[in-house]
Design a protein around this ligand. Structure first.
Ligand code: NAD
Ligand code: ZN
Length: 357
C-alpha cells in the first residue's frame, strides 16, 4: 500500500479536572475480576495525585522510576511480575510524562506478546493486541499520548515498538496535572514539541495533513515560549494541545536531524530525550536556520542552561557508537534532506556536529 493507514487514539477527554473522571472511564473495562493497574511517575509517590487514583479491590499502583528513560529490561520485568501476581490484568492506566506513557504502552503490549520487548523494537513486529491502556500526561511535549510508538532502550538499540496496537485506547488530557512541574523540565519537554513541529514542517515527507497539525503546534509553541510575557494557566492548556498536534504532525511525516543526533546522545551518554534534542538543535542552524534562531531566543527568555562540551572527552569507541546510532536512522535523514541525504551526511559530518556539542 503506498498510502499509510494509521490508527488514532479512539477516545479522548479534555479539560481541567477531567482526570477526576478516571473511575467512570475504567469501570466498564474490568474483566472477570482481573485488576486495573495504575502506573504513576515516582515523583507522585507522596503527592496528592495518588489520592485521586480510584484503586479498588485488587487494583494496584506501581510507581515508575523515571531517573532513566524506559528500558526493555524494565518492561519485561514489570510484565513478568504482573503475570506472576495476577495472571491477567484488565488494563493499565499511566500517569506521567513521556517515560511513563511509553512504559504503559509497552507493558500493555507485552502482556499479550511472548518473550522480551527487545525482540519487538522496530516496525510492525508486534503480533497481538495489548491489554487496554490509557494515558494521562503530567508533562506536555513528547506527543507520546498520540503516537504509534513507545520508545525503549534495549541491549542493542534505542528504538520504539511501532505498531498499530501501540496507540492508547483512551487519553485523558487534564491541564491541571502539568501545572507546577519544574520550569526547566517544562522547557525541555516543551522543546521536544517545538522541534517536532520544525522538523516536520521542514521535512521532505510533509503533506497537507502533517502541515495543518505542525503549523498549529508551532503557533502554540511560539505563543507560549516567545510571545507571552509569563507562564500562566493558559500556557499549560496551550502546551497540552501543542503536544497533541506535534505528535499528530509527525504521525504522517517524520522527525529530522535533531532527533537523529539526540538518539545517539541518549544511547551512549544516557542524556534525556528533551535535553538531547536541545543540545543537538542548538548546533544545527545550517539545517533549520529560522527554527534555531527562535530556539535561541526561547532559551534566553526562559534562562535555561543547555549543557555544553558534553562530547569533549569521549573515547573513540563512544564517538563511533554515537555516530553509528545517528546514521542508522535512515527515515529521519531522508525526511530532513531527501533521498540523496547520503551525499551530505557522512560519518565525518556527524562526528563534526557532535564535536560542537
Ligand atoms: P519524563 O517522562 O522522562 O519525565 C521527566 C522528569 O519529570 C521525571 O523526573 C519525572 O519524575 C518528572 N515529572 C513528570 N511529571 C511531572 C510533574 N507534573 N511535575 C513534576 N515533575 C514531573 O519526561 P518527558 O520529556 O515527558 O518524556 C521523555 C520520554 O518520552 C523519553 O523516554 C522519550 O524517549 C519519550 N518520547 C516518546 C515519544 C513517543 O512518541 N512515544 C515521543 C517523544 C519522546
Ligand atoms: Zn521527540
Amino acid at each position: 500500500m503506498s498510502f499509510r493507514n494509521f490508527p488514532m487514539v479512539p477516545r479522548v477527554i479534555y479539560g481541567k479536572g477531567s482526570s477526576q473522571q478516571v473511575e467512570e472511564i475504567v469501570e466498564p473495562i474490568r474483566q472477570n475480576g482481573y485488576p486495573i493497574i495504575y502506573f504513576a511517575d515516582h515523583f507522585f509517590k507522596d503527592k496528592s495525585l495518588v489520592q485521586h487514583i480510584p484503586v479498588q479491590k485488587n487494583d494496584k499502583i506501581i510507581f515508575i522510576d523515571t531517573t532513566e528513560e524506559p528500558k526493555t529490561s524494565d518492561v519485561d520485568q514489570i510484565r513478568d511480575q504482573l503475570i506472576e501476581e495476577f495472571g491477567k490484568v484488565s488494563g493499565i492506566i499511566g500517569y506521567g510524562g513521556g517515560s511513563v506513557m511509553d512504559m504503559t504502552k509497552a507493558v500493555s503490549l507485552m502482556m499479550n506478546n511472548e518473550g522480551s520487548s527487545a525482540n519487538y523494537q522496530g516496525w510492525d513486529l508486534i503480533q497481538n493486541e495489548g491489554v487496554y491502556h490509557a494515558g494521562i500526561p503530567t508533562l506536555s511535549g513528547t506527543g507520546a499520548e498520540v503516537s504509534r510508538t513507545c520508545v525503549l532502550t534495549g541491549p542493542e538499540k534505542k528504538l520504539g515498538l511501532n505498531s498499530d496496537f501501540t496507540p492508547f485506547n483512551q487519553v485523558i488530557l487534564d491541564p491541571n496535572l502539568t501545572q507546577g512541574a519544574p520550569k526547566e523540565q517544562v522547557f525541555f519537554t516543551g522543546m521536544d514539541c517545538y522541534i517536532h513541529s520544525i522538523e516536520s514542517l521542514n521535512g521532505t515527507f510533509l503533506n497537507a495533513f502533517s502541515r495543518s497539525y505542525g503549523e498549529k503546534a508551532l503557533e502554540l509553541c511560539k505563543k507560549i515560549f516567545l510571545e507571552k510575557s509569563e507562564w500562566d494557566e493558559e500556557s499549560d492548556e496551550d502546551l497540552m494541545m501543542a503536544s497533541w498536534h506535534g505528535g499528530m504532525s509527525i504521525a504522517y511525516s517524520q522527525v529530522g536531524v535533531a532527533h537523529a543526533l539526540s538518539y545517539g546522545l541518549s544511547y551512549v551518554l544516557g542524556i534525556k530525550h528533551g535535553v538531547g534534542n536541545c543540545i543537538a538543535f542548538d548546533q544545527i542552524a545550517e539545517f533549520y536556520p529560522e527554527g534555531v534562531k527562535d530556539f535561541k531566543k526561547m532559551v534566553d527568555k526562559f534562562e535555561v542552561e543547555i549543557p555544553k562540551n558534553i562530547c569533549q572527552n569521549l573515547s573513540d569507541e563512544q564517538m563511533n557508537k554515537m555516530v553509528a546510532v545517528a546514521l542508522s536512522l535512515t527515515p529521519l535523514w531522508e525526511n530532513a534532506l531527501g533521498k540523496n541525504w547520503h551525499q551530505q551526511i557522512t560519518e565525518k559530518k556527524i562526528k563534526e556536529l557532535y564535536e560542537k556539542m
